[in-house]
Design a protein around this ligand. Structure first.
Ligand code: NAI
Ligand code: MG
Length: 361
């Protein structure tokens, strides 16, 4: 019996459609290889949805996502919508999707692939063996707190509020412990407990949950120190768990470890199997339409889709193995080529991964 899965595909703006095409191509190939019947349904999101339907996240897109087993998203945004009011900004769709689908756990792995150390700004010996995972809380904290601007005698006054409830911390921390248990069993919890009240609660919850995971080694680290250590000694990290904004910033920093922002995949998960899979990078308007974007972040997101939504580690490892082989063969896009190497197009690199995948069966 073939395994039936429905994937909602939301290409979005800028390079979104170009990279999602390669991601879907690899998903289709892996699906055929591992006995799936995959149904792909396309939806509008971001700037394109604003143009056509006057809203960044149309109801029909949300319904499509709710009825699917997984969502594959490209990226949203671009200069054309930068001056829109908050409700009509493409990025609004991302927060809406995460909140509406209750996707509270954002997994962002940073892995170094063969031959890419020289594309990084860091020394190759610092990077040798990098394999870390940032687990970021995604549906609370300062991005979802009350925001308002008041007029005072001295001018405008803008307020953002950072709120965390114990149950919100507990579910993300628990997820991180579970993941760490299946990896190298080391968990770094990142906060700003010397200053922030919400961080002190965070630390307390981590210590309480830690008692249930005696085989996982736990350390607490202040976010400013972590920002430094992540590029000073990145191989010391296994799983990092942190709140929404710290995770946003630290995972972009971790992109430097992999050679390019075009290499970083992500999974956003909730309580069930359904997840949203997207590259960490944005819509890259500067290179959109040229066919030069790196599709690997999206392709590795597809691997995460097989692992987390379809519970298929074998298919996920096959895709990751194919990507490793492709890099080992010297094939790469413009963002990670070194002197003397030839850059392939987005589509050519996607084809190479599909070709390499055939060896994994
Ligand atoms: P960006 O990630 O789009 O681009 C930053 C730099 O990295 C650019 O030079 C770009 O060319 C390069 N880059 C990004 N992805 C690449 C890839 N796959 N291959 C090769 N090079 C790549 O971030 P930026 O420029 O700050 O934002 C552009 C737009 O994207 C904005 O409208 C922003 O709001 C939006 N954005 C959307 C996100 C999403 O949809 N999840 C996340 C981040 C930004
Ligand atoms: Mg970011």
């Amino acid at each position: 019996m073939p395994k039936q899965k429905r994937i909602a595909v939301l290409p979005g703006d800028g390079i979104g459609p170009e990279i999602v095409e390669e991601g879907a191509k690899v998903a289709k190939a892996a699906g055929e290889q591992f006995g799936y019947t995959l149904q792909f349904d396309f939806g509008l999101v971001g700037g394109g949805a604003i143009e056509r339907l006057k809203q960044p996240l149309p109801q029909e897109t949300l319904t499509l996502c709710r009825e699917s087993d997984a969502v594959l998203l490209g990226a949203v945004g671009g200069p054309r919508w930068d001056r829109n009011p908050p409700e009509l900004r493409p990025e609004k769709a991302l927060l809406g999707l995460r909140k509406q689908l209750d996707l509270f756990a954002n997994l962002r792995p940073a892995t170094l692939f063969p031959g890419l150390a020289k594309s990084s700004a860091l020394k190759p010996e610092v990077l040798d063996g990098v394999d870390l995972l940032v687990v970021r809380e995604l549906t609370s904290g300062i991005y979802f707190g009350k925001q308002f601007t008041e007029q005072t005698e001295r001018g405008a006054k803008a307020t953002d509020t950072l709120v965390y409830e114990e149950h919100e911390i507990e579910r993300i921390v628990r997820r991180a412990f579970e993941i760490a248990k299946g990896r190298r069993k080391k968990l770094t919890s990142v906060d700003k407990a010397n200053i922030l009240e919400s961080s002190r609660l965070w630390r307390k919850v981590v210590d309480r949950v830690a008692e249930e995971y005696p085989d996982v080694q736990v350390e607490h680290m202040l976010v400013d120190n972590c920002a430094m250590q992540i590029i000073r000694r990145p191989t010391d990290f296994d799983v990092i768990v942190t709140e929404n904004m710290f995770g946003d910033i630290l995972s972009d920093e971790a992109a430097i470890l992999t050679g390019s922002i075009g290499m970083l995949p992500s999974a956003s998960l909730g309580g069930g199997d359904r997840g949203l899979y997207e590259p960490v990078h944005g819509s890259a308007p500067d290179i959109a339409g040229q066919g030069v974007a790196n599709p690997i972040a999206t392709i590795l997101s597809v691997a995460m889709m097989f692992r987390h939504s379809f519970q298929d580690d074998e298919a996920a490892k096959a895709i990751e193995g194919a990507v490793t082989d492709v890099f080992a063969s010297g094939a790469r896009t413009m963002d990670v080529v070194s002197a003397g190497e030839l850059a392939l197009s987005t589509e050519e690199l996607g084809d190479k991964v599909v070709e390499a995948l055939k060896r994994y069966h």
